[in-house]
Design a protein around this ligand. Structure first.
Ligand SMILES: NC(=O)C1=CN([C@@H]2O[C@H](COP(=O)(O)OP(=O)(O)OC[C@H]3O[C@@H](n4cnc5c(N)ncnc54)[C@H](O)[C@@H]3O)[C@@H](O)[C@H]2O)C=CC1
Ligand SMILES: O=C(O)[C@@H]1CCC=N1
Length: 272
């Protein structure tokens, strides 16, 4: 358990409340050492794991009472945040806003960018992260432990990798949900009822996919299934021949482009 007080700006949002629930629920931080901010000063709905954790509408109050500040608002809402964290550890979850801009915008010197995904809600986020030079080894270890508590995490080499991973893993359920929807539409087009189609798709995307890494990697599973030289092989080879890899890579690269495009212009909105 950490002795630090952790504040989450945007703590009523999807990631904000999820990270708070994971940290309090796991015992990483005591409820009395967690403080959240939201525009209304309340959570929209109670989160059981959070108990009666403090919620404020005053981001400056949050900063004053926190050792570590997690910034979890959408890029377009950064201009409304108005904080100056100085030398407190600042962890930004905001997609598409580089370390230097976060540093400038929050007045922070010790700044981390982390890119969890929505699986934080179930404590299973993969979270790559990156710190600026002012963040020492003790704080880096703290950041790694914090995100390991919410799933699993890796420090990455540079900002380009973090932006790329924003597109690849920050998107969380987006691509599996797209695969599920595509299979579902195909099943409906073949006359399968909605009920059966949904259960069949969930059986594949939610359940059969769990075999990946239960002793066999995805490469091994693909090889095993292709070796039947039957139905699975035809499906896999047909998808690849129809441009599956090009389509996936094209989509991820388009997302990467957006993640690199600076979703918030710090120079238009300076604050103190
Ligand atoms: N949802 C996701 O899967 C991921 C989101 N992110 C990033 O995390 C950040 C948060 O995303 P979500 O939680 O999904 O968004 P969200 O919209 O669910 O939560 C943001 C919260 O911030 C609040 N807020 C806005 N301005 C505020 C202010 N001035 N003071 C206090 N609270 C304020 C909003 O009312 C909202 O409750 C975004 O920057 C997003 O790019 C990163 C990776 C994955
Ligand atoms: O789509 C977005 O912009 C955010 C960042 C990554 C996941 N959700």
């Amino acid at each position: 358990m950490t002795g630090q007080t952790i504040g989450v700006v945007g703590g009523a949002g999807w990631l904000g409340r999820s990270i708070a629930a994971a940290l309090v629920g796991s015992g990483f931080v005591q409820p009395q050492s967690m403080i959240l901010s939201s525009r209304s000063g309340k959570l929209r709905e109670p989160v059981e794991a959070l108990g009666d954790v403090r919620v404020t509408d005053d981001n400056r109050f949050l900063v004053a009472h926190s050792d570590v500040v997690i910034l979890s608002v959408r890029p377009e809402d950064l201009a409304s945040v108005h904080i100056n964290v100085q030398d407190k550890l600042l962890i930004s979850l905001v997609a598409g806003v580089p370390l230097a801009d976060i540093q400038l915008f929050t007045g922070g010197t010790r700044v981390v960018r982390a890119m969890p995904n929505a699986a934080l809600e179930i404590g299973k986020s993969y979270t790559p992260w990156l710190a600026n030079e002012q963040v020492d080894a003790v704080s880096r270890s703290f950041v790694q432990q914090l995100f390991a508590t919410c799933g699993y995490a890796d420090e990455v080499a540079d900002e380009a990798q973090l932006d790329y991973l924003t597109a690849l893993s920050g998107t969380g359920p987006a691509y599996p949900a797209l695969l599920a929807q595509t299979l579902y539409h195909d099943a409906l087009a073949h006359g399968v009822s909605e009920h059966v189609a949904r259960r069949a798709v969930n059986g594949v995307v939610l359940h059969a996919s769990q075999l990946i890494n239960q002793g066999r990697s995805f490469e091994e599973l693909l090889e095993t299934l292709k070796n039947y030289r039957g139905v699975s092989a035809a499906g896999i080879e047909g998808m690849l021949a129809d441009g599956f890899e090009r389509s996936v890579s094209g989509g991820v690269n388009r997302a990467f482009g957006v993640a690199q495009s600076k979703l918030f212009d710090v120079h238009k909105t300076r604050q103190g």
